[in-house]
Design a protein around this ligand. Structure first.
Ligand code: GLN
Length: 544
């Protein structure tokens, strides 16, 4: 029978609960324990797919095409396992399922209530993950902060859980903030005490407390928290601000968190193998050089909007021992001010996106990359716009566009797939999840992947319009990847350019810190080369 670790958060949001849960997952996996992680999200949307990045940061996509909370991205990157739609549960799904059952008559004669009907549905979904993946340990993160009205049914469900599976199968980990007061030069434990008390009022006693802190916790502080929060001092664990999120598992290992878990669950001594992870973190700490890459998008001011892309660039850099500096460039600003913002940049990544806002800037960036031999990676909308740019400025189709922005364009280079044309339902209806792609031998794509049959995850409604393929080819575009079964374009590239490649997919979703995505890796390598040539040129000019 599986063991369950429930993660809750207190005091403030954004403490990095997802990273802490993922890190513990990595530490258990590194002990040879089969782990799974699930997120319970208290919002009423069925999934994150219909929320914009201002609401919720990026939408992460799983192999099976679920549009999930971005924490699932952290989970996958840390535990290096593919998760599914079962791993992200929302209030909307829970109520939706219960209401469907009520209409079917499953509860005939009864009053349908939060307890037990909603809480039972929540518990069933937690158990389903354990059963589907035969995980030894299921980590379950409850979104939000203890004290929120929205998360109460989830907290009640995880409280009840212990009675169903037994005390020795359940562990509650609570993450809090231990702020430092500058004036008093003191770490304050009161918010933690209050938050743990709040949790206890709901009936949950924490087994371990992870304290986010800027400064190290003294033994005295640990003992104080232990006393007031009713846990052993050894179960008060600090998580200090780290230079890289990938350091967090190592920090938590030093604090003995995973050992606590193994003791509680009676796992006995397990050999720990963190060598690959440690080597990766060493690379992060000691890069041999750096490279500046532009990320052109319309949500650049939002830290969470492009997490998977930023991480994929980061992973690609780590693998090559270079620090990738991501210069976020607002596509609307580029539209107004022109391409000067791209000076000194060695690679340009044009981000995914939807709608008209900011696309002029993206088109300018693409043209600049194409005409000046600057490495270019177009992701999804980035690829589609590269096709629009090529149609207009190389093939001479002045009014070429994507039907998404210009429904009446005379040249719909990017168009609806037939089954998308008259769609009335927006949620979960894009081309989502993993699709196979066949690569043309001898292309840049083939070189980057090192194989000809690949698969990447998708999230888009529009596709390249095959009617224009021949014209594009005559002008030098190579169609290097195809989803053969549906005859859809997956990748385009320009030979003769150091690196100009667009992909309809999102390879960033599968990038892992120890296994970077192939296209990102190759793009960063091209950017490093560009930086080398640029600096050699500059040195040459100085001498001259
Ligand atoms: N808006 C485009 C589409 O729906 C691209 C989506 C994306 O970049 N993920 O096809």
């Amino acid at each position: 029978m599986s063991k369950y670790i429930f993660f809750t958060g207190g005091v403030v949001s954004s403490l990095g609960k997802g990273i802490a849960a993922s890190s513990l997952g990595r530490l258990l996996k590194s002990r040879g324990i089969k782990v799974s992680i699930q997120k319970l999200d208290p919002y009423i949307n069925m999934d994150a797919g219909t929320m914009n990045p201002y609401q919720h940061g990026e939408v992460f996509v799983t192999e099976d095409g679920a549009e999930t909370d971005l924490d699932l991205g952290h989970y996958e990157r840390f535990i290096d396992e593919n998760l599914t739609r079962l791993h992200n549960v929302t209030t909307g799904q829970i109520y939706g399922a219960v209401i469907d059952k009520e209409r079917r008559g499953d509860y005939l004669g009864g009053t349908v209530q939060v307890i037990p009907h909603i809480t039972n549905e929540i518990k069933n979904r937690i158990k389903r993950v354990a059963e589907a993946g035969d995980a030894e340990v299921c980590i379950v993160e409850v979104g939000g902060t203890v004290g929120d009205i929205e998360s109460l049914p989830f907290l009640e469900a995880i409280r009840q859980f212990k009675h169903e599976v037994g005390d020795d199968h359940v562990m509650y980990v609570h993450l809090t903030l231990v702020p430092h007061l500058g004036a008093a030069d003191e770490l304050k434990t009161k918010p933690t005490q209050h938050s743990v008390r709040e949790l206890r009022a709901i009936g949950i006693s924490a087994d371990a407390i992870i304290c986010r802190t800027e400064y190290p916790l003294t033994q005295e502080t640990r003992e104080k928290i232990a006393l007031f929060c009713d846990v052993p001092a050894s179960a008060v664990v600090q998580s200090r601000d780290a230079q890289s999120i990938y350091q967090v598992p190592l920090n938590l290992e030093a604090e003995g968190l995973a050992d606590q878990v193994c003791r509680k669950f009676g796992f006995g001594e397990r050999t720990l193998d963190l060598e690959e992870w440690r080597a990766m973190v060493r690379n992060i700490q000691r890069p041999k050089g750096g490279v500046k890459v532009a990320l052109v998008g319309k949500y650049v001011e939002l830290k969470d909007a492009y997490i998977s892309i930023s991480e994929a660039l980061y992973h690609a850099g780590v693998a090559q021992n270079v620090a990738v500096e991501i210069v976020r460039i607002d596509s609307e600003a580029l539209e107004e001010k022109g391409v000067e913002a791209l000076a000194g940049i060695s690679g340009i990544l044009v981000a995914p996106g939807f709608g008209a806002r900011g696309i002029k800037g993206k088109l300018l960036a693409i043209r600049h990359a194409r005409e000046n031999g600057v490495p270019f990676l177009g992701i999804c909308y980035g690829m589609q716009l590269a096709c629009v740019e090529f149609a207009r400025n190389v093939c001479g189709l002045d009014h070429a566009h994507t039907r998404e922005v210009e429904p009446e364009t005379p040249h719909p280079i990017i168009d609806f797939m037939e089954n998308q044309r008259n769609l009335k339902v927006m949620g979960g209806t894009m081309r989502l999840g993993a699709y196979p792609c066949s690569i043309v031998p001898g292309t840049l794509a083939a070189e980057a992947y090192g194989e000809l049959e690949i698969s990447e995850r998708h999230r888009h409604r529009f596709e390249f319009n095959n009617k224009y393929q021949e014209l594009f080819e005559r002008h030098g575009m190579v169609f290097s990847g195809r989803y053969v079964a549906a005859d859809l374009v997956e990748m385009i590239e320009l030979p003769g350019h150091p690196f100009f490649l667009g992909t309809q997919a999102h390879p960033e979703y599968k990038s892992r810190p120890t296994r970077p995505a192939a296209l990102y890796r190759r793009f960063v390598a091209a950017s490093v080369e560009r930086a080398r040539v640029d600096s050699a040129d500059a040195a040459h000019r100085d001498i001259a």
